[in-house]
Design a protein around this ligand. Sequence first.
Ligand SMILES: [Zn+2]
Length: 570
Amino acid sequence: MKVKNSFFSTMKEDSSSEESISGNLLTRSGMIKKSSAGVYILLPLGFKISQKVEKIIREEMEAIGCQEVLMPALIPEEVFIKSGRRDNFGSDMFSLKDRNDKPMVLGPSHEEMFIMVAAMGIKSYKDFPLNLFQMQTKFRDETRPRYGLVRLKEFIMKDAYSFDRDLDGLSVSYDNMYKAYTNIFNRIGLDFTVVKADTGVMGGFLSEEFHAVTDIGEDTLVICDDCHYSTNLDVAECACKLNLSTEIHKAKKLEFTPNSKTIEEVATFFNRKPENFVKTLIYKCDGNFYAFLVRGDKELNEIKVKHLLDVKICELASITDVEKITNASVGFAGPIGLKIPIIADLEIQNMANFIVGANKTDYHFVNVNLSDFKVQQFADIRTVVSTDVCPKCGYKFTFKKGIEVGNIFKYGSKYSDSMGLYFVDEDGKQKPFSMGAYGIGIERCIASFIEQHHDDKGIIWKRSLAPYEVCIVTANEANETQSTLGENLYNSLMSKGVDVLYDNRNERIGVKLNDMDLIGIPVRILVGKRAGENIVEVKYRKSPTVIEYNLNNGLEELIKIIYSSDVAML
Ligand SMILES: [Zn+2]
């Protein structure tokens, strides 16, 4: 492409509306343009990059026998009501009505539609395995769209679904997909890690996430460098052993604690540390109230609670409900005398003479012990912290930040059962099939790559995603020797299949070079003062070294230099 007379729009200054490095660089380099919160235009350069990501994914999907389809984004709402997922998505789902008042939604994921198609293709056990995928726009009404292309309301996703006869078949499909994902993220050039994750709104019994490790990651990854236990913080297990306190139990005592509601306030009041407290959190889970106890310096993990109780909704009780249950203002809840079930974190078992709210405004109990109230169940219900150790081997944890670029799920027969779709097995009996689902966020791959590959001048693409493999820049376009050589070199490289961006603008050389650094083309060929001798300057974006190249040595040698840009140790 020649820059002159093409869409090409760069900004010198940082974008005021982008809080992430990738969002800023993509905007400044004219690759994307924000349309509204969480919705972006992919401009020509940005669209080209997304096409490159899609190409890599397509090749890897097809290599494992996955066939491409294209589902509608506009789906009757009843499809999600039937599968039981309408409520799960809640207000994250865009809802609308057609002109006949028929409720429709914009698809946030497509399990139901793929099952519909799979049901057409699967009649008997002979029809397995079946693997389908699509590249399609998804819609999710995120509460907090942010970080440029990381958290969007509208985004392109590759979603794939596997259908197998049984769980063994599913394991094979899942493993194939795992390997394909590894190939994809390696080819894209991401530094990534795979962690176990919560199955969440999608359901199922196993989920793993592929995370690009970056500083702006929205997820915290908990990794053991010794045994390679790796999970999302959401589901990381606590390695809490029963280790009863040897302290002599004292008698509990009611203390007047005026204006001290938070742990910090009460800790200051008693001159004790937060770990001497037990927090009592009143929650409403699928309509029932529970009190959860965690140590004062730790946090309750709602995802663990949801799994423990097998509930869909787990939310803090309202102020009115808390006051009704505890007979006190918010901030003074405690386990003694509570009439609702009490579930305590495992760590509480090892505590003695702790402090709790007294269910009486402005009062706390000190020297409380487990014999003072009844716990229905002890369970792992808190979020791990960086001082926790690996539950498998006891080694220390490393915490990293990650952007989730892909996820893979084992659903098993969940959807087959809930949608009442069965196949006829070898023994003539009707059986449910096993399903897996596999997603990759296209824009997130782009944003993550930039978060990992940039410098103060701009983006540093690898050939895998670069919008162009090489750029030719004329130092002075008005100089006929230079413009002729530039034009000839552009035509020759294009004819050899090299994807070239030719900056033939009548701009100052500094402006042109800065722009090329900003958009991050891996190789730059400068046609300058030695154009008359057929000599050009070749420079890799990631290195300051300049190589003089005499074009009389032929194009093949130059192409070799261009294509070695990803591996060259300069
Ligand atoms: Zn470990």
